[in-house]
Ligand binder design. Structure first.
Ligand code: ADP
Length: 623
């Protein structure tokens, strides 16, 4: 997963917040709409119920004012405006009727608007004699035959529902009969309901309400004309008609509205709140100019919508997280699978390469083994040939030397012969001194001969094969000693440079001497004919290597010699003089020591043969 940067977390957080807000908002709306629809259904039922109860209550008395026109006393009383003879009887009748019917008051007014008899004739504030021609119910009855109005009594300030009816006799208007009904009972029954309800009249004044404070408030502002008409008719008996503080928020279908009621009335009445947001549903009351409105509080709907919105928000976030987790998991699995595949591929590739290399290696190994076997065989052959050549070389050198040796030994032998013959004669003469001198001379000659043969034995001795520290100058001296007769004969001069301490090489002394004899012999051969041939022999030791160079002043090496110098049987010497084995054997010997033998031309003329061998180091000698 992919990147865990703070930006990613912030984006995720914002996304989750937006998701929670969106789903919460959506759910809230839906839940609220459903809740409101529910409330609407309940509200319609309540409207039905309240309308029915109100109609029943009013309908009970609807016929009552008209029936007063059937009473002869009432008719008589109204027919004669100046005559009050029947007034007591009518008063009593009305009082009785009022009592029986359970109404607030019943009274009759003559055509001039004056009250002629009333059920409350006995009270101080009786209507009798009052002029009520200004009251709307009176005028409505005169004009339309009947009047219905809710109003507040001018005398006692008691609110009530006035039902009036024109009384006529043979087409002549006699007056108006009025009954005033209290709807308090009905109101009380409403206030115990589940939600508030109200009835407003045509002026938008609340005339009935389950909340006492709502009564005689206005639902809409009253204009000046209406207010002055109220002053005239005293419909609300000069009550201050304050606005209820109802504000419409939104209109819904079927005449329903969302409203807010604010105001200083207590928040709760009975069991329901009376301020806040409500669903208001209204319906005109048949037979009246009134409107019944029931209110359903939205608190519960809001609460439910709120809690559902919260749940929806949380669920949406959880679902999203779950989805995210699934996606992450799938991606993780995919990555893992891909990594596994890549690994498997790499593994297969590696295995293939290993197989390839193994095959190559085993092939190479076989080749190498064959080669090694071949080399070993060649080495063995070469070594055998070399051993033979060494011996052959030795024999050749011995052959060469034997002439010299024979020459060397012949002289002392002849001298011995002469000296011994002389000695016998001197002894016979009794010359002992001369005999002694001769014998001493003989002994010297024998020693000299022994020296020559000893060196010859040394040369012929087979090498032990063991490498030992050999002082280079000492080896040079030994070689020179062996060649002494030849050197003398050639009148050669040897210039020898030996540094101190004397360098020592790890090699075999005898074989090194053989090599030196060969090189010095070649040098002498190269300078044959020169009056005073000169050979320079240098030795040195540095950087783990012992170096020995033999330089002559002969013609040097021509191209053919340089190309084939170390090849067996390469020689430029006349047959019988050289076998062409000397340098081959010498190079083999030096190689045995782990060293090299090279031949080249000196810049100042002549050939230089250089030996390089491992230097014997004193400091590491113990190792
Ligand atoms: P040989 O002495 O029997 O010929 P070597 O192997 O010793 O065999 O020498 C091979 C050849 O190398 C010689 O025949 C000669 O031509 C050449 N050579 C060797 N040493 C010298 C030298 N010091 N100067 C010139 N040529 C040389």
């Amino acid at each position: 997963m992919p990147s865990h940067s703070p930006l990613r977390y912030l984006t995720l957080f914002l996304l989750l917040a937006a998701l929670a807000a969106l789903s919460g908002f959506g759910t809230h709306r839906v839940a609220q709409q459903l809740g409101i629809a529910d409330l609407q259904t309940t509200g319609l039922h309540r409207l039905d119920l309240y309308t029915a109860s109100l109609e029943r209550e009013i309908g009970k008395y609807a016929f009552l004012p008209g029936t007063l026109g059937l009473e002869p006393d009432v008719v008589e009383l109204l027919r004669q405006p100046q005559e009050n003879k029947r007034q007591p009887a009518v008063n009593a009748y009305l009082e009785q009727l009022n009592e029986r019917a359970g109404t607030l008051s019943i009274y009759v007014i003559d055509a001039g608007g004056r009250v002629r008899a009333s059920s409350n004739w006995q009270r101080d504030d009786s209507f009798v004699g009052e002029d009520l021609s200004f009251r709307p119910y009176f005028r409505d009855a005169l004009n339309n035959g009947s009047g219905r109005i809710f109003g507040i009594g001018t005398t006692r300030g008691e609110p009530g529902y006035y039902l009036s009816s024109r009384l006529a006799d043979r087409g002549q208007t006699l007056g108006v009969a009025v009954i005033k009904v209290s709807l308090e009972q009905l109101e009380k029954s409403w206030s115990t309901g589940e939600a508030p309800a109200m009835v407003s009249d045509e002026n938008g004044v609340v005339i009935l309400g389950s909340v006492a404070d709502w009564k005689f408030t206005t639902l809409r502002p009253l204009d000046e004309a209406t207010r002055s008409a109220f002053d005239q008719t005293q419909q609300y008996n000069r009550r201050a008609l304050k606005p209820l503080g109802l504000k419409e928020i939104r209109e819904l279908d079927h005449g329903a509205r969302l409203v807010r009621i604010s105001g200083d009335s207590p928040e709760m009445v009975s069991v329901y709140p009376v301020t806040g947001r409500f669903l208001a549903q209204s319906r005109p009351l048949p037979g009246t100019p009134w409107t019944l409105t029931v209110f359903s509080h939205l608190e519960q709907v809001d609460d439910i919508a709120q809690s559902r919105a919260t749940v929806a928000g949380v669920v949406a976030v959880l679902l999203f997280m779950f989805g995210l987790m699934l996606v992450e998991r799938r991606r993780h699995l995919k990555d893992r699978l891909a990594a596994q595949q890549a690994l498997q591929q790499a593994h297969d590739e590696l295995e293939r390469k290993v197989d390839e290399r193994t095959a190559d290696l085993s092939a190479a190994n076989h080749l190498l083994q064959d080669e090694i076997a071949e080399r070993i065989r060649a080495e063995r052959t070469l070594r055998a040939a070399q051993d033979e050549l060494v011996q052959a070389g030795k024999l050749a050198v011995i052959g060469q030397l034997s002439t010299g040796i024979a020459h060397e030994l012949n002289q002392p032998l002849a001298a011995l012969r002469t000296l011994s013959g002389n000695s016998v004669r001197f002894l016979e003469r009794g010359d002992l001194t001369t005999t002694r001198t001769n014998l001493e001379r003989i002994a010297q000659l024998v020693d000299r001969m022994g020296q020559i043969t000893g060196q010859l034995r040394n040369f012929a001795r087979k090498s032990s094969g063991q490498l030992q520290p050999v002082a280079l100058c000492h080896a040079i001296d030994n070689a020179l000693a062996l060649l002494e007769p030849r050197l003398r004969q050639a009148n050669a001069e040897i210039v020898r440079h030996c540094p101190l301490p004397e360098p020592r090489a790890l090699c075999d002394a005898n074989r090194l001497e053989q090599v030196l004899i060969n090189l010095i012999g070649n040098a002498l051969d190269a300078m044959a004919g020169q009056a005073a041939p000169q050979i320079e022999i240098d030795c040195s030791g540095a950087s783990g290597s012992a170096r020995l160079a033999v330089r002559d002043h002969g013609p040097g090496l021509d191209d053919a010699a340089q190309a084939h110098l170390f090849e067996p049987f390469f020689t430029t010497k006349p047959a019988g003089d050289g076998l062409g084995l000397g340098l081959t054997i010498s190079a083999g010997i030096i190689r045995d020591f782990g060293g090299t033998l090279t031949g080249s031309n000196h810049p100042a003329g002549g050939a230089v043969f250089t030996l390089e061998m491992p230097l014997f180091d004193e400091s590491t000698a113990d190792d």
